[in-house]
Every structure is written in structure tokens, then in C-alpha cells.
Design a protein. Structure first.
Lengths: 222, 233
């Protein structure tokens, strides 16, 4: 179990999230978002209030694409740390980070909802729809769905990258190849699975990608 | 003498081309072996395959006569020709990171070899010589049975090179072996017990350095020139 904790701990350290400059930027944006949530009314405000979530989700996908191409990945393969601990530890770390990014979004949405309802209903012809959409993002259920979706994005990027690194031409694989494959998988997945509810696709994606990543790491990459 | 690590008929193909072809050799305990050959001979591929980073397409690699399992992997310590440490971390963090991965790391032994490294600097900002010293210190501070070093002398000045060789020789005990790939035959010759010449993925010579000198009256460097350079120096 120590390998699980170490994988999670160092994944966050390697991502640069805990660097002083990154923390200052995130802190300043928190103040900026607070100001926006308590005083601004524009239609772009919800996106501005989701900055932390979007940043963390993009970073998670980037790390999923990058990790299998790092020297640290190779060195870890020469240790006795089981593959499942490497994969699960990182996934749990990003789940926590994405939850931390989704939390301020929830707080800010709640803060600005009443004012938005008041203003949007007066200034937009579709104000009621806009308010309903915003309301739909608030609460425990949306919070869990957002966190799970972010986790799914991470494990999907990891599974696709490990798949790229496990084929016959694995030594030729690059992050760019993996990113293109990830894009193709997302588009194809959307076209095929869009009718299935998210409450099914997201947990299924997490479970399948976790199993596939661990299997690829044990059977193909190592 | 029983061999510590044995490689039998090892094959590796990349892009459908044979990079290692039926490589067979063994490493004796307590011996330093030089893995010598020109560029593209397959030295790095051989070391990566033994370390478990690449899956062999055929053949066997065994430690104490048994195939290397996942649990055995830390017994084979590997150092690449470039640092594998996370470049985002500071030197101090990288040492902790390495220790979490390999808990057998002896910090006293590490300090003895590493000397003064800027521990607050990110790994990415180290000079090539400093990065190699950090890698080598970490590697030699492990309680491994086989040490694999890929070009540890490339890009370092002669003083640093002498320190690296002395550190490598210093770690050797009765129960472990060291396999070092390099082009700098002249520099490593004084510490070599055995040599392994690799050409186009095939072992063309596996012999004791002393035996070469006595039997053929040639130094390792002269033999290298004879085999790869088309004539004796």
C-alpha cells in the first residue's frame, strides 16, 4: 500500500501543482473568481468561475499523456512496485485534485445564482433556460459527476497512451501520437455512446480504463 | 565459478530489424565487465532489456539460475545514458523520490559518492556531469546484485571520469557484478575484469581482460581496435 501512496504523492509533486508560483496563480484566481461571483453578471462568468476545475482537468489529461514517456516511468518499471499501485495511486491523486477544483466552482455558483436569476431573467430572452442550466450544475450529484468525469478523462488518457506505448512500434510512440489517438477515441466514443446515460458511461469508462491500463503495464509495456 | 547473471540466446527486434541476435554471456560475481562496441551495436538495447524495460523477443535472462521476476527487479540496478529522474523535482526531492522507489538506498554511501550537489536546484538545471554524478551515486548506493551502467562516462571531464570509475570499483563486493557500456575503452581498462564485445547485436568476444593480455599480448583497447577498427594500434 505504500507504493499506492508514494505514486499519488509524487504524481502531484511532478505535476508542478504544488510549486509556489502555481499556488500563487491559483490563489489569485480564487480572489478574482470571488469578485466575479459576488458582483459580475455576464454570460461568461460561469466559465470564469470554473477556472480551477478546467485547469486541473486539462493538467490531469496532460499528465496521463506524459507520464508513460518520462524517465521516471522507466525507472519505476525497474522497481518492484506493482503496476496496479502505480496506476491506482495516480488515479486517486487526480480524483482528489479534480474534486478540489470542482469545490470552489460549486461555492461560486451558489453565491451568484440568486443575482444571476434576477438579472438574466430581465436581460436575456432565454434567461430562464440559462438560470436552469446554471442550477443544474449545483449540488452533490453534479459535483460527483464532474469529479468522476475528470477522473475518467485522466484514466482514458493514460490507457490510450499506454496502448500507444505497448504496440509493435512502441519505441516510436510520442506524446503527439497519443494525443491524436486520444482525440480519435473521444470523438468515436461520443458518436457511439452518446445515447447512454452519463451515470453508466463514466463509471464504466473509469473501471475499464483502470483495468486496461494495469493490464497493459503488466503484460505489454513491461 | 557460478555465474550471477546469465543471458541465453537473447533476441530483440525493433521495426522488424534484429537489434540483438542470440546474445549469450554471463556475469561472474565480483567482476566488472566492459560492454564494448561501436555506435548502434545494441549496447543500450541489451542493457534496457536486461533491466526489464524492454521485453525480449526470445531467449532467457536469469539471476542465480532463475528467470528475473518482478520482485527480483530491484536486484538489477540500471542507469541510463541520460537521467531518468523526474526533471521537475529538485535534487533533494529527487533523492527522496528515488528512496521511496528503492528503500534499500544507503544515504551514507550516496553522500560519499555524490559530493557537493546543489540540492535546491531542479534536476533539469543540473549540468551533464552533475546529473551523471547524481544518477551514479543513487545507483551505487543501492544494495543491488547487478549494476548496469549505460555510458556513464560520456560528457564528463577527465577528473569526474576518474571519480566515477573509482566509485564504480569501490562498490564491488564478492556477491555483485557490474556491466558498463562505454566507448571510452582506454579509460575503463584499468578497472575491467572481463570484456564483452558487441557488434550488430551479436556477442563477438566474451573474455577475461587479463587472459587477453596474457594469451594474445594485447590490451583491451588494442583488441578493440583489432576487432572493430580493422587493425591493431
Amino acid at each position: 500500500m505504500k507504493g499506492l501512496w508514494n505514486s499519488a504523492k509524487w504524481e502531484i509533486a511532478e505535476s508542478g501543482l504544488l510549486n509556489g508560483r502555481t499556488l500563487i496563480l491559483l490563489g489569485l484566481w480564487l480572489i478574482y473568481a470571488w469578485k466575479a461571483a459576488t458582483g459580475w453578471n455576464g454570460s461568461g462568468v460561469p466559465l470564469l468561475l470554473s477556472f480551477h476545475l478546467v485547469t486541473f482537468a486539462v493538467l490531469a489529461v496532460y499528465r496521463g499523456l506524459k507520464w508513460p514517456f518520462t524517465g521516471a516511468f522507466d525507472l519505476e518499471r525497474t522497481s518492484d512496485r506493482p503496476a496496479w499501485q502505480s496506476v491506482l495511486g495516480r488515479t486517486l491523486a487526480w480524483t482528489v485534485v479534480i474534486a478540489v477544483g470542482a469545490a470552489p466552482q460549486q461555492v461560486f455558483f451558489r453565491l451568484c445564482l440568486d443575482r444571476m436569476r434576477d438579472v438574466w431573467l430581465r436581460i436575456y430572452f432565454d434567461g430562464a433556460e440559462r438560470v436552469a442550466r446554471l442550477e443544474g450544475w449545483i449540488g452533490w450529484e453534479p459535483f460527483l459527476v464532474i469529479t468522476a468525469a475528470g477522473t475518467a478523462a485522466y484514466v482514458l488518457s493514460l490507457a490510450v497512451t499506454l496502448w500507444c506505448r505497448s504496440g509493435r512500434f512502441r519505441h516510436r510512440a510520442t506524446i503527439a501520437n497519443a494525443a491524436v489517438w486520444l482525440f480519435a477515441v473521444v470523438v468515436l466514443g461520443y458518436l457511439i455512446l452518446r445515447t447512454i446515460p452519463l451515470s453508466v458511461t463514466i463509471p464504466a469508462c473509469i473501471l475499464i480504463c483502470l483495468l486496461v491500463s494495469t493490464w497493459l503495464l503488466v503484460r505489454k509495456v513491461e | 565459478m557460478d555465474s550471477l547473471l546469465e543471458v541465453k540466446g537473447l533476441y530483440k527486434y525493433l521495426d522488424g530489424r534484429s537489434v540483438l541476435g542470440a546474445c549469450s554471456f554471463s556475469l561472474a560475481p565480483g567482476h566488472i565487465t566492459g560492454l564494448l562496441g561501436p555506435n548502434g551495436a545494441g549496447k543500450s538495447t541489451l542493457l534496457r532489456t536486461i533491466a526489464g524495460l524492454w521485453r525480449p523477443d526470445g531467449g532467457e535472462i536469469s539471476l542465480h539460475g532463475r528467470p528475473i521476476t518482478r520482485q527480483d527487479r530491484p536486484k538489477v540496478a540500471y542507469m541510463a545514458d541520460h537521467t531518468l529522474l523526474p526533471r521537475e523535482l529538485t535534487v533533494h526531492q529527487a533523492i527522496r523520490w528515488y528512496r521511496d522507489l528503492f528503500p534499500d538506498l544507503d544515504l551514507d554511501r550516496f553522500r560519499a559518492v555524490s559530493g557537493n550537489l546543489p540540492e535546491g536546484e531542479p534536476v533539469s538545471r543540473l549540468s551533464k556531469g552533475q546529473a551523471e554524478r547524481l544518477d551514479l551515486s543513487l545507483l551505487l548506493a543501492r544494495d543491488a546484485e547487478v549494476y548496469l551502467l549505460d555510458e556513464p562516462l560520456g560528457g564528463v571531464d577527465p577528473v569526474e571520469r576518474a571519480k566515477i570509475l573509482s566509485a564504480a570499483a569501490g562498490v564491488m563486493e564478492e556477491h555483485n557484478a557490474l556491466l558498463m557500456a562505454t566507448h571510452l575503452v582506454h579509460d575503463i581498462e584499468p578497472i575491467l575484469d572481463d570484456v564483452l564485445f558487441l557488434r550488430a547485436g551479436h556477442v563477438v568476444l566474451s573474455a577475461s581482460a587479463e587472459e587477453l593480455r596474457q594469451r594474445e599480448g594485447l590490451s583491451v583497447e588494442e583488441k578493440y581496435m583489432e576487432v572493430f577498427g580493422g587493425g591493431s594500434r
